[in-house]
Design a protein. Structure first.
Length: 534
């Protein structure tokens, strides 16, 4: 079966109540009928401006409906989505546009100056579209609203392919960001497996999928709290769109737990996407500080990926939403479905414990499979469906996507141990591993121990050069409001649960943000903070 998201949307949209919300953003509501017409008009405009199947469309904005409208139009026009980190400097944004060979750029007006600065160096970009509302666009750009409202709103007469691509540029924690290349077929196959795991019938055609989605729409209202420019937020929103649901986006420039809780109280979503403790802990703090203020009873599922989500925080959240399922996905942009950790009020799971995905194995450095209970660290590998590779980077593709015993695997570099019961204990990403006096220390384990202390709001751990140890385990922490702390006392607290060589030799207070907007660890910032104080 050939699956294309543009075809899915074309089949689904006429089945949806045209006056119900597709997108909600503060006071703005865009109905399914409006979204259908806007995305069809925009797709037709993209084709009229010369886009060809496979051309890239870069989307440069914070969370707002236009991101997802542009995404849907890209599917319909057979263009390839490219995400852009809005926190990047102009030169970093130029790299994404240039590396992806973007033909079209859709951007928010707050980034007009950055776009104007780099535009002369981007001859491949033929179409610039600005979301300027009722204001004029930049002289070199066209207005989004003009393109989205000019036309009859009808579907395009276009044959599409399941081999059309969808790019997710990685965060670039090591080196420059890389474009992970997924096909529509492979992403849709993973979504269908999700239906199978829920015990639902698996549709065998686009029309059957659309009919099933139309029956599920009422239970598919979603709030993606992380940025759409990263995989967790974007894929969560995409699932809701393809299920005929509605997507509520938050309006503030940075995550605000109280804004999220107000949106839950007002819009009654069933699904929330977050990124680990960096989102979950502020949510819990706001609920604890305002007992009874927010009605969160609509939440059926809170899903997280990419960052540690601790047991203590999960316990606290379930006190406020006892009927919710907390699902912690062990995944990355190039490896979706490495493992899961599902917790409910009646079934606890320990932090960093995951059930190995059914497509996964664990291999040691010699490509031998790691046996349960052996205690041998290994890297998680997942077989297809997997990405085609990294765009224009054959060397990194060869390192990450490897064939072992005749099977192609994605091996993004996450180290684990396999327990006797087959569950995984996540150790961390190999490129962040600290080598201290010949011992390997994975930062995530130490960070989790630090965050269990009541004075610690967040923590990252880095290796700092040291004459004695080679690298000294160093904690960079932020404190809970009003908390007092003592470095020796905090070190002793960590030593109570970890070996001595894993205990930080020094701990400093962060003098700058140590998380990116998507909640993921910013280790270079943490290292710079430590360097400035030691």
């Amino acid at each position: 079966m050939d699956w294309n998201f543009g075809d899915v949307l074309d089949a689904l949209e006429p089945l949806l109540p045209q006056d119900e919300p597709a997108f909600i953003h503060g006071p703005r509501i865009i109905t399914h009928g409006q979204a259908q017409a806007m995305t069809n008009n925009l797709a037709r405009a993209l084709v009229a401006r010369g886009s060809q199947p496979g051309d890239k469309i870069a989307i440069y904005m914070r969370n707002r409906p236009e991101y997802l409208l542009a995404l849907a139009a890209a599917f319909k026009a057979r263009m390839t989505h490219v995400n852009v980190n809005y926190r990047y400097t102009p030169d970093e944004v130029w790299y994404i546009f240039d590396n992806s060979d973007a033909q079209t750029v859709v951007y928010a007006p707050e980034f007009r100056d950055a776009v104007a600065q780099i535009r002369p160096r981007l001859p491949k970009v033929k179409t610039w579209i600005e979301i300027s509302g009722n204001d004029p666009a930049a002289p070199f750009a066209e207005r989004f609203d003009d393109l989205a409202t000019d036309g009859n709103g009808g579907p395009l007469d276009m044959a599409r392919s399941g081999e059309d691509q969808f790019f997710i540029y990685t965060g670039g924690t090591t080196g420059m960001p890389k474009g992970v290349m997924w096909t529509h077929n492979d992403l849709q196959t993973l979504m269908l497996r999700g239906l199978e795991q829920l015990g639902l019938p698996v549709p065998q055609s686009v029309d059957a999928f659309a009919r099933l989605s139309a029956t599920m729409r009422a239970s598919m209202r979603m709030i993606p709290a992380p940025p759409l420019m990263h995989g967790t937020g974007l894929l969560s929103a995409l699932r809701a769109m393809l299920a005929g649901g509605s997507v509520v986006t938050l309006t503030k420039d940075t995550f605000d737990a109280e804004e999220l809780l107000e949106a839950i109280d007002r819009h009654k979503p069933q699904h929330i996407a977050i990124v680990g403790d960096s989102f979950a802990r502020p949510i819990l703090n706001a609920l604890n500080a305002n007992p009874g203020k927010y009605d969160v009873s609509s939440v059926m599922a809170m899903n997280s990926s990419g960052v540690m989500w601790s047991l203590e925080v999960k316990r606290g959240l379930l006190q406020h939403m006892p009927n919710a399922v907390l699902s912690d996905a062990f995944s990355s942009s190039e490896a979706l479905g490495l493992g899961t950790s599902v917790m409910t009020k009646d079934a606890e799971v320990h932090t960093a414990k995951f059930v190995l995905g059914d497509r996964c194995k664990v291999f040691d450095e010699s490509d031998n499979e790691v046996l349960p209970g052996s205690g041998i660290p290994g890297m998680v590998a997942i077989k297809g469906p997997n990405p085609l590779g990294y765009y224009k980077d054959d060397a990194k593709t060869a390192r990450t996507f490897r064939t072992i015993a005749g099977e192609r695997y994605s091996i993004p570099g996450d180290w684990v141990t396999v327990e006797a019961d087959g569950s995984l204990t996540l150790l961390g990403r190999g490129n962040a591993c600290i080598n201290t006096a010949g011992e390997k220390v994975f930062p995530e384990e130490v960070e989790e121990a630090l965050k269990r202390h009541p004075a610690i709001e967040d923590a990252l751990v880095v290796g700092m050069p040291d004459e004695k140890w080679g690298q000294a385990v160093t904690g960079v922490v932020s404190l809970t409001p009003g908390a007092a702390w003592n470095e020796d006392g905090l070190r002793a607290f960590v030593r109570g649960s970890l070996a001595g060589y894993k205990t930080p030799k020094r701990i400093v207070i962060a003098d700058r943000p140590i998380r990116a907007a998507n909640g993921k660890a910013d280790y270079p910032a943490a290292r710079a903070s430590a360097e400035a104080q030691l």
